[in-house]
Write a protein that binds this ligand. Sequence first.
Ligand SMILES: [Zn+2]
Length: 344
Amino acid sequence: MGFSQIINQEPAKAQLVADLTAKHFPSYLFVGAAGVGKRTMAVVLAKALCCENSTYDACDECYRCQAIERLSYPDVRIIYPVPPGATENDISLLLKNYAWGKLRPESPSNGSISIDRIRELKYEMGFRPIAGRRRVFIVIDADKMTNEAANSFLKTLEEPQVQTSFILTTERSSALLPTIRSRCQPVRFFGIPKSAISDFLEKKFSASKEIARIAADVAEGSIRRALDYVSNPEQFLSDEVRILFEQKATIATNLSSLSLKLSEIPIRSLVNSFLFVYRQTLLAKLGFETYYSKKCQKLVDPEETISLEQVAAKLESLLSTLSDTELYLNKRLFLHSILVRYLA
Ligand SMILES: [Zn+2]
């Protein structure tokens, strides 16, 4: 129960249980890649901090533990990035996606945590916890706070807080204000080993051995990526993208008809497929054998003449493309540029 539900991350669990046992309640910064259990751990820690039956873990049976799981406990709040122009209604609808047991949504690339959210947090802090002994604020992707929000939040962190705990999560701690980082105790989250991921998929999702193995292979340590694969393997290497690579030679002559055809596919999944192919190629070049690596190396580089640096450069530019996709209003123009840059 409680912490034991989380796959791996033993050093993080040990650190948190030691703090709880010593009644030491710092502000935490959970740092690690996407899909390794930061949000889940934050919810378990919130339960342990509020639980009626335990002081160092969640019992999962008391009213508070259960209400926190449903995200309906008044003293535990989750703050997360929202896209620009989101209404209060949009924001509360988004909250459902952060519920326990759900794969939390990927942060919108243009999303942010606004000063308004931090003001609400401060307002609530003016009162005593409503139901229990502690109040917990979980700030997901804390690096997405706007400057104004981050500076205002910093002031809160600097003031001594009674009965209030903060848990911040981030994939990029370097993007946080150094002064926020230094006020928090860092807790590191690591990539989850393949065997733990495939076990989890077989036991909890009744995935077949074969599917679980491939998913663990492509997951790169992230449970979220593994589950993404199980729910939609196509998005990792769609047939359309595979065919594109296989027919590279004819692309220059068919650019217009091809980009028309591809315009049916969401740009993000197209870029993700390209990323997947180049990642697997990179792994093959580095000598790591995975289910796909051979296949993808042959797609990108049948003669094996492209250098490691060239593959790395394409990966890097694809990654920056991914964060720009919303900016490409002219989808066909964007598709043209993708085709020419990555398949030529
Ligand atoms: Zn409990």
